[in-house]
Design a protein around this ligand. Structure first.
Ligand code: 5GP
Ligand code: ZN
Length: 139
């Protein structure tokens, strides 16, 4: 179902214009308005899902094929050296638009390494075991 007050629903369904690089029955892939790199794209489902937790299995299954398709095309077209797939869920994770989207970010040798980065910490084997078990229990 699409939501009238959702900007990405309106873009995905063509009510608001965008730089569309790919479209099929389920998805529209657009250029990000404020790109982190040349060719930064967003994959938008045409149906509204707030985030990954809501995304239907059907859309989830098709999503990676679209990411692969546009990622390969951008790598070729823009001579990118790599591609990051980034997908934020929840404010704590940096999600600013509450309509599921996946970022496809072409990367170039020598570009801003901080764009997709985290600080690696030492891990404690006992704590890792507790975490492993806690997650396993929920599956
Ligand atoms: P988030 O932080 O939620 O993962 O990413 C939202 C992304 O959407 C940002 O990179 C932002 O630049 C992009 N964005 C927000 N509004 C618009 C818009 O109206 N059009 C386009 N093309 N991109 C948008
Ligand atoms: Zn929406």
């Amino acid at each position: 179902m699409k939501k009238d007050d959702c900007i990405f629903c309106r873009i995905a369904n063509g009510e608001i214009g965008s730089n569309t690089v790919y479209e099929d029955e389920d998805f529209r892939v657009i250029l990000d308005l404020n790109p982190g790199s040349k060719g930064h794209m967003l994959i938008l489902p045409k149906e509204h899902f707030d985030d990954l937790f809501e995304l239907s299995d059907e859309y989830a299954q098709k999503l990676m094929l679209v990411a692969k398709k546009v990622g390969l095309a951008a790598r070729k077209a823009l001579c990118a050296d790599g591609i990051n797939l980034v997908q934020n869920n929840g404010e704590a994770a940096g999600q600013t638009v509450k309509h599921f989207h996946m970022h496809v970010i072409p990367r170039y040798e020598g570009d801003d390494k901080g764009m997709v980065n985290w600080t690696p910490h030492d891990s404690d084997p006992e704590e890792q075991k507790r975490i492993e078990e806690a997650i396993r229990k929920q599956l």
